[in-house]
Design a protein around this ligand. Structure first.
Ligand SMILES: *[C@@H]1O[C@H](CO)[C@@H](O)[C@H](O)[C@H]1NC(C)=O
Ligand SMILES: *[C@@H]1O[C@H](CO)[C@@H](O)[C@H](O)[C@H]1NC(C)=O
Ligand SMILES: *[C@@H]1O[C@H](CO)[C@@H](O)[C@H](O)[C@H]1NC(C)=O
Ligand SMILES: *[C@@H]1O[C@H](CO)[C@@H](O)[C@H](O)[C@H]1NC(C)=O
Ligand SMILES: *[C@@H]1O[C@H](CO)[C@@H](O)[C@H](O)[C@H]1NC(C)=O
Ligand SMILES: *[C@@H]1O[C@H](CO)[C@@H](O)[C@H](O)[C@H]1NC(C)=O
Ligand SMILES: *[C@@H]1O[C@H](CO)[C@@H](O)[C@H](O)[C@H]1NC(C)=O
Ligand SMILES: *[C@@H]1O[C@H](CO)[C@@H](O)[C@H](O)[C@H]1NC(C)=O
Length: 535
């Protein structure tokens, strides 16, 4: 059993604000989430040999996950988000099997493909022992049934539980107007191979049935938070009632890159939090021919537009989007993206496989079984994530005002974004760049500290001293991200037991054993990256 440093802050937050959903939001803001696709994370027997097709079942289970929680916790994550847990339809379809869990048939039974009710309860109990939180994905927009074309789908409503009658559903129409909310909220999504029978969530019956269901589900399985699938596709008024009934924090999936479309969900009190799709697009673009100036601009749009950016989930990968490495295989770029995800304002959310530099593109290619990596805890992105989570968890433990101290921009240009997050003393100063591992060597003076602070760059474990203005000279090279904390802050983390003095990363410097540190480890990490790719 392990005790997380976050125990105390979490308990204090609860004590001060009672058991309101606000308290839950506070608790969640301090967490770092690892997203698990149950069918693809680990099998009960731990076997990795039986190959599976990506649109079929790969047979991962809740018990498999329990057996591999160390892998997640050792990376510094303090919460997990898992696939939907309810029983799905049973059939194969033109778009594959329901291995992902999103095709609900019976809300009052757990998904037997993932294990038993007790297995799920055991998972919750095991997480509790580790002081980790459990977020469960839930589908409220529709129930699912296989059908063979053509439309309209013939649906046997009596198969659904509890929505066992046509009266609970919108009449069939295909979503065609993606800018017209009536259309995308009342018509049916993607009628091909599977009918996503669209629930009439605006009807009081449906809303009440969902309310009593979610209250029971949360209580039966000790759930700490929800991810609400396709939240944008149900009517507005349903959402706050559902979240209220659940009694826990929720991320609602609102797939839009437009400030007002996203922020209105928070500002009107419809949802406490959302995955941060606003920054997702410019974040990706900055590493793919775009500029960090656009990301900086979107950051300020989010900060001025949304009531609570600290309750948004920063991510660069999820199970719906092409993986980062499917666009560019360069490891240094992936490191910079991971750095932003963990250290940005808001709740870090990492999708399984991102830490192994998986490179699947569109669904289902982006849903590779994690066991193909051998759960490699030496993989460069695994190690980096571990370091970054430690830095963040430690900063929160030392001073939880870290969480709601908005990161300020120190420098933004086409190739760089440098931010400073946290209060004086426990601040983290970090720079991401898009130079790639072929990036040149250069130095830049960046602020964010107090005069003469002793600081450590934690990716390379290099020490330096802030100048009389509180600036630090950053020695960029090979496109590596730069993450600085004060030496005093670092002390409790166990990170960087050995450090070297920072300095220019030039070839000449590498002859000296002392300066091999930073640059040598970059090379080594790059080589390990190749080894992983070749396996
Ligand atoms: C998954 O489990 C099913 C049912 O037990 C079995 O038929 C199938 O072969 C398994 N698939 C893999 C890839 O192990
Ligand atoms: C449904 O609408 C989408 C566009 O939103 C279109 O691509 C698709 O072909 C339509 N499907 C059917 C069965 O009408
Ligand atoms: C919006 O969609 C609804 C439902 O499909 C339709 O009845 C309505 O005419 C559409 N509105 C506009 C302005 O197109
Ligand atoms: C919760 O557990 C009770 C008691 O076992 C059961 O009757 C109820 O159906 C369960 N509800 C859900 C949503 O799982
Ligand atoms: C969001 O902020 C605005 C402006 O401060 C305020 O009027 C509104 O009540 C807030 N909404 C919520 C849900 O907190
Ligand atoms: C980094 O940004 C520059 C400027 O926008 C762009 O030209 C370059 O292609 C970007 N690098 C990568 C790897 O995307
Ligand atoms: C200190 O860093 C800031 C960026 O944070 C930069 O604008 C400024 O020029 C630096 N000062 C010096 C003396 O280099
Ligand atoms: C993706 O990763 C696999 C496994 O490491 C590798 O064999 C493949 O070449 C990569 N794909 C691309 C497009 O680089």
């Amino acid at each position: 059993m392990r005790f997380s440093a976050l125990n105390v802050a979490g308990a204090a937050a609860l004590a001060f604000s009672g058991l309101s959903s606000a308290a839950n939001a506070t608790e969640w803001k301090s967490r770092s989430i690892y997203q698990v696709m149950i069918d693809r994370f680990a099998r009960t027997d731990g076997s990795t040999s039986a190959e599976c097709k990506l649109y079929e079942f790969c047979n991962g289970t809740w018990t498999g996950l329990i057996n591999h929680l160390d892998y997640i916790q050792d990376m510094g994550f303090t919460a997990i988000q898992i696939s939907p847990v309810v029983e799905n339809m049973k059939d194969d379809t033109a778009v594959g099997w329901p291995y992902h869990g999103y095709w609900s048939q019976n809300l009052y039974a757990t998904n037997p493909r993932f294990g038993t009710e007790d297995d799920l309860k055991n998972l919750a109990a095991e997480l509790k022992k580790r002081d980790m939180l459990l977020m469960v994905d839930v589908v409220v927009n529709h129930m699912a049934q296989a059908f063979t074309n053509p439309v309209p789908p013939k649906v046997d409503y009596s198969k659904f539980n509890p929505f066992d009658d046509k009266k609970y559903f919108h009449p069939y129409c295909n979503v065609t107007m993606w800018e017209n909310s009536t259309d995308y909220q009342q018509c049916w999504l993607y009628p091909y191979g599977v009918a996503l029978a669209d629930l009439k969530t605006e009807s009081p019956d449906v809303s009440e049935m969902f309310g009593s269901w979610i209250k029971e589900l949360v209580s039966n399985y000790s759930i700490d938070g929800l991810r609400i699938d396709a939240a944008k596709h149900v009517n507005d008024a349903f959402l706050p009632a559902f979240v209220e009934a659940s009694g826990v924090f929720a991320f609602g999936e609102v797939l839009t890159g437009v400030q007002n479309d996203m922020c209105r969900y928070q500002n009107k009190g419809l949802l406490p939090g959302m995955p941060n799709y606003l920054e997702f697009y410019p974040l990706n673009a900055a590493f793919n021919g775009g500029s960090f100036v656009s990301l900086a601009d979107m950051r300020s749009q989010a900060a001025t537009g949304c009531n609570d950016t600290f309750a948004l989930g920063t991510f660069v990968e999820n199970h719906d989007m092409p993986r980062f490495a499917s666009q560019n295989q360069d490891l240094a770029l992936a490191k910079n993206a991971m750095t932003y995800v963990i250290l940005n304002d808001g709740i870090p959310t990492v999708y399984q496989g991102q830490e192994q530099h998986f490179n699947g593109s569109i669904t289902p290619a982006n849903r590779e079984p994690l066991w193909l990596s051998g759960y490699d805890t030496k993989a460069p992105l695994y190690v980096l994530t571990q370091t970054l989570n430690k830095i963040r968890n430690n900063a929160i433990k030392k001073d939880d005002s870290y969480l709601e101290t908005a990161a300020t921009t120190l420098w933004a240009d086409t190739n760089h974004l440098c931010l400073r997050k946290g209060p004086d003393g426990t601040q983290v100063v970090f720079c991401i760049n898009n130079k790639s591992s072929k990036g040149d060597s250069y130095q830049v003076s960046i602020g964010g500290f107090s005069p003469s602070d002793q600081v450590v760059e934690v990716v390379s474990c290099a020490t330096s001293t802030a100048d009389a203005t509180g600036n630090v000279t950053m020695y960029f090279g090979a496109g590596e991200p730069k993450v600085y904390v004060t030496a005093a802050t670092l002390r409790d983390t166990g990170l960087c037991p050995k450090t070297t003095a920072d300095g220019p990363k030039t070839a000449a410097n590498n002859s000296g054993a002392a300066s091999l540190g930073a640059f040598g480890s970059v090379l080594l990490l790059a080589m390990m990256g190749w080894a992983t790719l070749l396996l």
